[in-house]
Write a protein that binds this ligand. Structure first.
Ligand SMILES: *Cc1c(COP(=O)(O)O)cnc(C)c1O
Length: 376
């Protein structure tokens, strides 16, 4: 939907009116952090790292308290250099943001004018569309049969006004993924004028050999941007650090509009240490691997539909549309036991809950609770 209005209408309004389209945007709904009942709650609603974060990262975060009066380095140089070296990327092709959310917003602002469109999957991460609508662009959502991205459905939505295609791989809230051969096929069929954004927020949790985050592919491409975040694997969601690897021309364009000090000093210091802490990363991945398999098997054994297989640090679970047995009922039941999951009404998935892989005790408590739930 493209919104147009006569500028004069707004000039004659009795009070300031937001530009067309803004009030039709559904604000982002974060995962619950507190149980309604007030019981001590375990947050399995936001895909955070349940092991916390690297101890070294926490130490440098605390040490930054002496620098609170200082502006951060605008180029995020220490993180830029660390990532460039770690992944063997050109430093000038990196974009940093207040979370990868900001990188998506910056790409939208750089490429979209009113009447342009973005293409995404029907269950795409909400941040892509919010930023596009703020630019008065149209959001086209391609069908995802079986809760999985379908390249041909995406391509059907692309037209002459498409400027960006967003693809989270693995996806959120689905947890599903597509092999890199499919990503390449999508890229090869897109016009060279369209930016393909590959959001790798959960890529480290995907361990199938057919999976690839696209960083290597992006090296030689003029229109692929790969994004990553410190929020999930590295457990630094509170600090808001995300990055993108873009063609040099795109990075230079984005750099003109970003806020000058968008990554704070504590965040920069902690991100560098987190990237070095390969022991914490390996432990986090192994934990997700082990308990994702266990949860998938247990929940399947209880008769629930577990979408997937999930390649992320959460599972998407389907519930029947039967009174007393619905996703809403299960969510309330679990919440009363202090287990917070994510309802997905804003994703058009009223019958599913998204559940972060927890610590062993959480996972066992979850399966126990759902066993009691189906017994009624
Ligand atoms: C969590 C998440 C991100 C990361 O967001 P940040 O702003 O970096 O915290 C990006 N994409 C998807 C699909 C996510 O679920």
């Amino acid at each position: 939907m493209t919104h147009t209005s006569e500028p004069d209408d707004r000039a004659r309004a009795a009070r300031p009116l937001p530009k067309p389209g803004i009030m039709e945007i559904h604000a982002y709904v974060p995962g619950k952090a507190k149980a309604d009942s007030g019981v001590e709650a375990v947050k399995l609603s936001a895909n955070e790292n349940v092991l916390g974060s690297s101890e070294k990262a926490r130490e440098v975060y605390v040490s930054a308290a002496t620098q609170l009066h200082v502006y951060p380095d605008s180029r995020t140089t220490i993180v830029r250099d660390a990532i460039a070296e770690h992944y063997r990327l050109e430093p000038e092709r990196l974009i940093f943001g207040c979370g990868s959310d900001e990188v998506f917003a910056l790409l939208n602002q750089t490429f979209l004018e009113p009447g342009d469109n973005i293409v995404q999957g029907e269950y795409a991460f909400a941040a892509f569309a919010i930023g596009a609508r703020a630019c008065q662009a149209e959001v086209r959502s391609a069908r995802e049969p079986g809760y999985r991205i379908d390249v041909d459905e995406i391509l059907k939505c692309v037209d002459g006004r498409t400027r960006l295609v967003f693809l989270a791989n693995p996806g959120n809230p689905t947890g599903t993924w597509i092999p890199f051969g499919e990503v390449r096929r999508l890229h090869e069929r897109l016009p060279p004028s369209v930016v393909l954004v590959l959001d790798g927020a959960y890529s480290e949790f995907a361990n199938d050999p057919a999976f690839d985050d696209g960083l290597d592919y992006a090296r030689t491409s003029e229109n692929v941007v790969v994004t990553h975040t410190f929020s999930k694997l590295h457990g630094l969601a509170a600090l808001r650090v995300g990055w993108g690897y873009a063609p040099a021309a795109i990075a230079a364009a984005v750099d003109r509009i970003r806020l000058p000090f968008n990554v704070s000093i504590p965040a920069q210091l902690a991100a560098v240490e987190a990237l070095k802490d390969t022991e914490f990363q390996a432990r986090s991945i192994a934990h997700v691997d082990q308990w994702r398999a266990w949860l998938t098997q247990q929940l399947g054994g209880l008769g629930f539909e577990v979408v997937g297989p999930s390649a992320a640090n959460f599972v998407l679970v389907g519930f029947p549309d039967r009174p007393g047995r619905t996703a809403a009922d299960a969510d309330a039941f679990l919440s009363a036991r202090g287990l917070l999951t994510r309802r997905l009404l804003n994703y058009g998935m009223p019958d599913h809950l998204r559940i972060t892989i927890g610590l062993e005790a959480h996972n066992r408590a979850l399966v126990e609770a759902l066993t009691d739930f189906i017994k009624g």
